[in-house]
Each structure stands twice: as structure tokens, then as C-alpha cells.
Design a binder for this molecule. Structure first.
Ligand code: SF4
Length: 712
């Protein structure tokens, strides 16, 4: 296979050394021109954009203009780790942040992912990789961080599906079996090629299990952009990873902070969320218990069969004897694995494969949201989504939406090419997934995502546009992640008032809001929707995983003021940043560092023609009952709310009238929330950051101000 590679171009370079978390240069590759260049990173860029997602947004801004579309050669895929990324003494420090213009939304998407690529890229000499242009034929990019050489090679023979190509390339570029741990591969798959919901897989070699593992930068179709550029894979090789490869300013402090958190995980994880045993799958039963588990396209929040896809069920499949950290030193080790899974359908039928996960989001998306409660099916779907390179969250939403439309009579067997897309039909769900990956049949249009499907069903099948807007779970074109926000106004905003679209990594407020009632007023919710999206942005700037922040907490956390912020962990982060970079940092700087990037991203949306209040609108099903059936399924609860909160006595009212009254009330509440949040964020009523806000956060650059002025 390697003999068939044709070298298109190469660049030799001095690998150099990391200095306090940075290499101070980025790697720019233009695939149209076969150009490879080193670019300096200035102190100003480090100061303002920090790294990771910040670097991604900054370089993307410079690469595109207001007319650029996702599939124009100017669009970039940018991968960056961040200054903390790559240390081995503290849990959760191996994340890469990927940024691109999304095929689903038309605005920047950012997605974070584990695996070894980001740290190895940095140790190989690069704070970020900018990929621009389009190759003529399928290529592989090889970054040899051991010898300081980068090449672009035509690679005609490799399969594109990730479990194959990542393994082939790991084998091809490693010197020995042990050396496989020094290779990381970024790949997509045929599904990324044939749909708009493509993801990127980042690999690492699991030394104990002798198995190739892949983690996903899942959201927003980044894998689709990658394959559109005709990149089959990027391989990085770096063999000298050491405890001080990130060259921190104060290594002893880093070690001290790491020991503290490792001990906490060791002592408390089993009593708290059991991440080391079940990964995020523990959330399934909790969400089901609180009526928050998306079921049948977000119609309902629980199901009597949910136990069949609970963490208890998946624990029977997991093999816990190996290493489940997605980077060295993560003792929270949540990346569970089913190493000898026998595939029952599709092109790999009969083969034994490695399934990474499933994570909670996948279980809920392809499982309960499609009305399917079968662990074998969830694993099968998880494997295929990953190897095809498609996002489980989007696929689960698309399938659930199509099943809903089928049951509503908008779709039928003739329109789906024979697929009987009823809730619970796992065979039809899997066949739809295979079709999406092949770009064939009904799957070809399904792979365009919920927003485009809604428009198509209206145009081609005469469906009611308002009804589809009610039940189609997307905002800005991105499908919803897997928490039912109907009964939490704050979470409704946490999803729809995001920059990239409804992904819970910006704000996860359901428990604070709905369960613990900690943020009862509009002002409280607005404060939370100011603070958390901005604070959570910080993780993506520095290369950290969020899970060790609040999936394990100190034993005395509940005694601290603002316990929901996990103050001790925040204090650790502040000290960690200083220990790595040598830059002084106070607690308030967590916000001071990320607010400029957050507001910059909103302005970026405006620059691309989106960003305003109408783009923050939420589907009815995310803010309350979208159908009479849903109202009646919780009639007692909604009647009580009408009486006690809305001030309407429902006793003599017809069900339809009660449903309409609740619908109107919820919509009004959501609009009031938007006003409060925009005011707190320093945006106009149309969601435009004001000139004062740009100045306050130091992003009043001429180009940014010019974009904003057009919308004031
Ligand atoms: S907590 Fe899980 S996802 Fe986060 S870094 Fe550790 S292993 Fe990776």
C-alpha cells in the first residue's frame, strides 16, 4: 500500500522544543497548491486567543471572507491543542480542538476530541495545523515529528473507513509494535464523504489491549469538510513524549496539582459518578429517572425499557482491564471499550471489531431517541457511525425525526425506498445508517441533516412547515445533543443561545435550574447563561477536558460558595495555567480569557450572515409540548403549571385549548429569556455584541467593529 503512495511535496524543518506550553508557530498546508509552510504565532495572538478553539477561530477568520461556503477551498480545518494540552501529570489534558465552517450551519463549528494527535502535533513543533485548499486526488499528510519532515502523498489504495485506515497507517508508520503508541491518525470515513454530518476520528494505540482506539470530533460536519478536501488521513509520529515535553514554567507545581486530583479520583469516583467503571453511560438511568432522556424524537423524557440501555447493561460488555484514558495520565479514564464486538449487519458483518464507548450521548441518540432499547444494536450503530465517520448525535436526531415524520404520515415506504421507519425499528435504523454512509437511497437525503430535510419535506411532500419546525430538533442547522430541555428554561437557552448550535458543552444547566431550583428568576438564568458558556469556553482554549472539572468533585465541595462552579478545581486551573505558561492569572481571568473569544465567535456568525435573534429561535419541542399527545402525556403536570404559574384555571378547558395556552406561555417565556441573556451578555435585542462590549473585552479590532456596525 505504501509503495502506491506518490510524494507530492515535502518540507523538512527543525522540530525545536516546546516553551511553556507553546511552540510559537503553526503549520499551514494548502492542498490546492501543495504548499507547506511554517507561520509564527505572535504574542498578541497568544494573549488574546490563548490556543485551541481560540486559535482555530482566529486562523479561520483570516482564511475566509463573508461569502465563503463550507466546501470552498478557502475554508480550513484547524486543529490545535492549547498551552496546557499534552502534560501527563494532570487528568484530562490531551484534548484537540477542531474548527471549520460547518456544512450544517454555515458558521464556525468547534469540536473537542481526545486521542494523541493534538499533543503529538505540538511536540512535533506545531501549536496548530491549518488545512486549506483541496487536493486533486485522495491524499495522506504525514508529520514526522521524530525527524522533522512533513509530506503530502497521494494515497490511492487505503480504505477510508476509520477502523481500517487508522490501523493500516499506524502499522505502516510505526517502527515496532511498541512504537504504535507514538502514532496518531486523524481520519473520517465514507459516511463523512457522503453526508453533511461527517466527523473526524483521532486515534491512539491501546498498548495493553493491543488495539487501535478512536475518539471523535463529532459535531457539525467537520469530517465532511475534511473529505471534501480529499484528505484521507493525517498521520503524526512523535516518539519522545516525556513528563516535561510541554516544558512548563513550574513543573513541580504541575505535579503537585496532578497528585491532588489523582487522589480525589481514586478516593471519590466510585462514590460519585463511577466514570472509571461506566464512562458517561451512567447518565442514561439518571436522565430517565428525571424525565430528561430524549425518547421518540424528544417527544418524551423516559421509557419503561430504558434499563435495557443503562450503564448496568453496557457494563456487561465493557472490558475494564486496559487503559481507558484518551491521553496519558487521565486517571478518570472514562473512554470505555468493547474490544471483541461481533458485527451483525452491513459490510463488516461477521467480523470482530473494537467499539469505543458507547458514551451517553450515543446511547440516547441512536437508542432512546429512536425508540430502540437494545444494547447490541446501540453498539452496532456506534461502531458503524464511528468507522463511517458520522456523528452519532446527528444520526440519532435525523433517524428519530424521520421516524416521527413516518408515523405522522409525512413519509411512507414509497418515499423512504421501502424503509419502515417506525419508532423502535432497529433494522430500518441500521439500514438508513448504511445508506447514509454510501450516499444512496433515502439515506442520501437523510444525511443532509434535519434542517435540510425539513425544507425538502415541505417542498417535495407538501408537509406543514410550522409542524416540522415544531418537531425538528435543530437550531442553526445543528441537531440537538441529548438532554430534554422542555422543563428547564435555562437549558432551552443553554442550547439555542449558543454560537455553534445546540451542544451541551456550552451550558448544562438542567440540574441547577429544574432539579435544584438554584436559578429561579430571569436574571438568575441570564447570569448563568452569561457565566457558564464563557467559563466552559476556557477549557477549549487551553486543551483541557471538562469532565474532571465536575464529574468528580472534592468531598467538601458542597460547603463552598458557588459549589456548582467546583471552586477548588477552578483554583487548580488558574494555578495550572500559571505553572505551564509562567503568565500570572487570577480566578477572574478564567472569564477574562474566554469572553473575548466567545464574543468574537458571535461576531464571526454575523460575518457569515447568521448570528441574529432569529437564528437563536428554538423548536417548540425543545421548549414545551409540541403536540397534543405530548401535552396529554404529562397532563397533570401541565395543568398544574397552567394554574400555578400561568394563572389560568384549566378545569373547564378543552385539552386543545390548554395545550395552545401552554405553548404560547412557553414561547413568551423563551422570548423574555432571550432579552435577559442578551442584556447580560452586552448584546442588543437582536443578539449583536455592542461596540462597548467589543471594547470591554478588547476585541474592538477594525474588521470586527466593521462587521458589528452593519448590524447595529
Ligand atoms: S475524562 Fe475521559 S474524555 Fe476526559 S480526558 Fe479523561 S479519558 Fe478523556
Amino acid at each position: 500500500m505504501k509503495n502506491a503512495h506518490k510524494l507530492l511535496t515535502e518540507m523538512k524543518y527543525d522540530v525545536g522544543s516546546v516553551d511553556k506550553g507553546y511552540t510559537n508557530r503553526t503549520l499551514y498546508i494548502n492542498l490546492s497548491e501543495n504548499k507547506i509552510e511554517s507561520k509564527p504565532v505572535t504574542e498578541e495572538v497568544k494573549e488574546k486567543f490563548i490556543g485551541g478553539r481560540g486559535f482555530g477561530l482566529y486562523y479561520l477568520w483570516n482564511a475566509v471572507n463573508e461569502n465563503t461556503k463550507w466546501n470552498d477551498p478557502e475554508n480550513e480545518v484547524i486543529i490545535s491543542s492549547g498551552p496546557i494540552g499534552g502534560i501527563t501529570q494532570y487528568p484530562g489534558t490531551g484534548k484537540s480542538l477542531v474548527v471549520s465552517l460547518s456544512p450544517l450551519t454555515g458558521v464556525p463549528i468547534d469540536s473537542n476530541v481526545g486521542g494523541y494527535f493534538g499533543p503529538y502535533l505540538k511536540f512535533s513543533g506545531w501549536d496548530a495545523l491549518e488545512l486549506q485548499g483541496k487536493a486533486e486526488k485522495d491524499v495522506i499528510i504525514y508529520i514526522d515529528g521524530d525527524n522533522g519532515r512533513i509530506s503530502i502523498e497521494e494515497a490511492p489504495l487505503e480504505e477510508t473507513d476509520s477502523h481500517l485506515i487508522a490501523e493500516h497507517l499506524t502499522e505502516m508508520y510505526s517502527d515496532s509494535d511498541y512504537g504504535k503508541r507514538n502514532i496518531s491518525v486523524v481520519s473520517a470515513g465514507k459516511g463523512a464523504e457522503n453526508s453533511h454530518v461527517g466527523l473526524l476520528n483521532f486515534s491512539f494505540w491501546d498498548l495493553k489491549r493491543k488495539a487501535l482506539r478512536i475518539k471523535q470530533a463529532g459535531r457539525g460536519g467537520i469530517g465532511t469538510v475534511f473529505r471534501d478536501k480529499k484528505v484521507k488521513a493525517i498521520v503524526v509520529k512523535y516518539s519522545n513524549t516525556k513528563g516535561d515535553s510541554n516544558k512548563p514554567a513550574d513543573r513541580n507545581k504541575v505535579v503537585e496539582l496532578g497528585i491532588k486530583l489523582h487522589k480525589e479520583i481514586h478516593d471519590l469516583d466510585d462514590k460519585q459518578n463511577r466514570m472509571r467503571k461506566t464512562g458517561t453511560a451512567y447518565l442514561t438511568e439518571i436522565m430517565n429517572d428525571y424525565d430528561l432522556l430524549p425518547t421518540n424524537n424528544f417527544k418524551f423524557g423516559s421509557h419503561p425499557d430504558a434499563h435495557k440501555i443503562s450503564s448496568k447493561e453496557f457494563s456487561k460488555w465493557f472490558q475494564l482491564s486496559g487503559s481507558d484514558g484518551c491521553w496519558f495520565g487521565c486517571t478518570l479514564a472514562c473512554c470505555k471499550v468493547v474490544p471483541d464486538f461481533e458485527v451483525l449487519t452491513g459490510p463488516y458483518k461477521g467480523q470482530k471489531v473494537v467499539v469505543d464507548g458507547p458514551e451517553y450521548e450515543t446511547v440516547a441518540a441512536v437508542g432512546s431517541n429512536c425508540g430502540i432499547f437494545d444494547s447490541q444494536y446501540v453498539l452496532e450503530s456506534n461502531f458503524y457511525c464511528d468507522t463511517y465517520g458520522v456523528d452519532t448525535i446527528s444520526v440519532g436526531n435525523i433517524t428519530g425525526f424521520c421516524m416521527d415524520c413516518y408515523e405522522e404520515g409525512i413519509l411512507d415506504k414509497e418515499k423512504t425506498g421501502g424503509l419502515e421507519l417506525t419508532f423502535g425499528n432497529k433494522d430500518a435504523a441500521l439500514e438508513l445508517l448504511h445508506q447514509m454512509a454510501r450516499g444512496e437511497g433515502f439515506g442520501k437525503i437523510a444525511g443532509l441533516g434535519v434542517r435540510k430535510l425539513k425544507a425538502l419535506f415541505v417542498k417535495e411532500y407538501g408537509a406543514d412547515a410550522e409542524f416540522l419546525d415544531d418537531i425538528g430538533m435543530e437550531n442553526k442547522g445543528l441537531e440537538y445533543s441529548m438532554y430534554m430541555p422542555k422543563e428547564s428554561l435555562a437549558q432551552q437557552g443553554g442550547y439555542a443561545l449558543t454560537n455553534k448550535g445546540p451542544q451541551h458543552d456550552e451550558a448544562w444547566l438542567i440540574f441547577m435550574d429544574m432539579v435544584n431550583n438554584q436559578i429561579p428568576t430571569f436574571e438568575d438564568k441570564a447570569e448563568a447563561l452569561f457565566y457558564f458558556p464563557i467559563f466552559r469556553t476556557w477549557f477549549g482554549l487551553v486543551g483541557l477536558c471538562k469532565l474532571p472539572w465536575n464529574d468528580v468533585v472534592p468531598a467538601d465541595n458542597h460547603t463552598r460558595e458557588n459549589a456548582q462552579n467546583v471552586p477548588e478545581h477552578q483554583e487548580n486551573y488558574v494555578q495550572m495555567f500559571t505553572a505551564i505558561t509562567g503568565r500570572k492569572m487570577e480566578n477572574a481571568d478564567l472569564i477574562n480569557q474566554s469572553a473575548p473569544v466567545y464574543h468574537f465567535q458571535r461576531v464571526f456568525n454575523f460575518r457569515m450572515g447568521y448570528g441574529s435573534r432569529e437564528n437563536d429561535s428554538a423548536p417548540t419541542r425543545s421548549i414545551g409540548p409540541a403536540t397534543l399527545e405530548e401535552y396529554l402525556s404529562r397532563e397533570e403536570r401541565y395543568d398544574k403549571q397552567l394554574k400555578e404559574i400561568v394563572g389560568i384555571d384549566p378545569t373547564e378547558m378543552k385539552a386543545e385549548d390548554k395545550f395552545q395556552a401552554m405553548r404560547k406561555f412557553r414561547r413568551d417565556q423563551y422570548n423574555q429569556l432571550c432579552d435577559s441573556v442578551y442584556a447580560r451578555r452586552g448584546w442588543t435585542k437582536n443578539a449583536v455584541p455592542t461596540l462597548e462590549t467589543l471594547k470591554q473585552w478588547g476585541i474592538d479590532f477594525t474588521e470586527v467593529v466593521d462587521v458589528v456596525k452593519k448590524h447595529l
